[in-house]
Write a protein that binds this ligand. Structure first.
Ligand SMILES: [Zn+2]
Length: 67
């Protein structure tokens, strides 16, 4: 299963999502890691590492899809 990390630099927050979460945009444009955006990872371990390395103050898991 693919996991998504949504990095929002403007609000200093990163959120982990599962593949089929309704919050994951179907048409997304791959964005810059340092500017923020949606990033996909092939497994949860790598997604969690990316979450930790995002550098944001708030790092959380989505309450909708509960990854
Ligand atoms: Zn979610």
């Amino acid at each position: 299963m693919i996991y998504w990390v949504h990095i929002a630099r403007s609000i200093d927050r990163a959120v982990l999502h599962r593949e089929r979460c309704s919050e994951v945009p179907s048409n997304y444009t791959r964005s810059d890691f340092w500017e923020g955006g949606w990033f996909d990872y092939p497994d949860k371990e790598r997604a969690l590492v990316a979450l930790e390395q995002s550098g944001t103050t708030l790092q959380m898991k989505c309450t909708l899809c509960r990854p």
